[in-house]
Design a protein around this ligand. Structure first.
Ligand SMILES: C[S@@+](CC[C@H](N)C(=O)[O-])C[C@H]1O[C@@H](n2cnc3c(N)ncnc32)[C@H](O)[C@@H]1O
Length: 283
């Protein structure tokens, strides 16, 4: 996850999860709030409420939710993240086989149809290459009447958060973007990945550019909304319900006519998108 502190996923997390990582991790307050509300709505105790972290990475959020008593699981496309997760989960006494799995779309066992009360993801959708397949699998694994909560980076956020470089993802994936990456590196704007520390200027530019081309894909919000609708789910923008925004001065905009829509559009375009979903109770 790329958090508000600019935490860099690519480099610093290519190493096993530790107990310290789990201890210092905080579940996003918006997700925590949503989980509580939906668990109460379902009338199910925490230890029976099954939640899936879709694109769980090293599984730190699964570990923390398990500690809090939720029945949390993780799904990945990349086996290496599951390997990195295991030492920390074992050390924390939270490990059990099958807790984190490779999804069916990636040739793994995945989870059964309708297994989860709630599926969430953090900073995953801007990495998902086949959106209909991912949303279809999320929908399949969600129980009838179950929910989803997904946050990801807004398409026109001024800074590409993985690279810590301004505007590079605004440009097409061609020489133009490559030049922008080179300009950013020249200006000293780099993410500080340890893996590239020994490389020269041009090598670093190529690594960053390749990452941006191969690992990220920024789409309009409507593409995500339509993908969930096409999969048969209801979808709503959730960004204004986030506790951090509710408590901020920006929320005063809510009071003026049209202010809510404007604030929602500004947040989802330039900062983050949060969508909540619900699968109909009957098929
Ligand atoms: C930026 S990381 C975020 C990891 C984790 N959610 C976190 O907050 O630390 C994106 C993750 O999404 C995973 N991912 C990308 N596409 C996926 C897909 N179609 N299904 C499941 N996971 C996917 C990647 O392997 C990677 O671990």
């Amino acid at each position: 996850m790329v958090d508000d502190e600019g935490d860099c996923y690519v480099d610093d997390k290519y190493q096993p999860l530790t107990l310290r990582d789990i201890d210092s991790y905080r579940v996003d307050p918006g997700l925590q709030d949503f989980l509580e509300r939906k668990r109460a709505e379902a009338g199910v105790p925490r230890h029976e409420f099954r939640v899936l972290d879709f694109g769980c990475g090293r599984g730190q959020s699964v570990a923390l939710l398990r500690r809090q008593g939720w029945q949390a699981y993780g799904l990945e496309v990349d086996e290496q993240w599951i390997r990195y997760a295991e030492p920390g989960l074992r050390e924390a006494g939270l490990y059990e086989p099958g807790l984190l799995r490779i999804g069916k779309n990636a040739g793994g066992p995945g989870f059964d149809d309708g297994f989860f009360h709630l599926v969430y993801s953090s900073s995953v959708f801007e990495h998902v290459l086949d959106l209909p397949a991912a949303v279809g699998d999320i929908t399949r694994m969600t129980t009838a009447g179950g929910w989803g909560y997904h946050w990801f980076i807004g398409r026109w956020s001024p800074v590409e958060r993985h690279l810590d470089m301004p505007l590079v993802h605004w440009l097409p994936k061609n020489r133009l973007r490559w030049c922008m990456v080179a300009a950013a590196v020249l200006a000293g704007k780099e993410p500080g990945w340890k893996a590239v520390a020994a490389m020269d200027f041009w090598q670093r530019v190529n690594v960053y550019y390749d990452y941006s081309v191969r690992e990220t894909i920024y789409r309009p919000v409507t593409a995500y909304q339509n993908a969930f609708i096409d999969a048969g789910q209801q979808v709503e923008l959730e960004v204004l319900n986030h506790p951090r925004l509710r408590g901020s001065r920006l929320s005063a905009l809510n009071q003026i006519p049209g202010g809510k829509r404007m604030l929602e559009a500004l947040c989802t375009t330039f900062k983050i998108v949060i969508v909540s979903t619900q699968k109909p109770a009957t098929a």
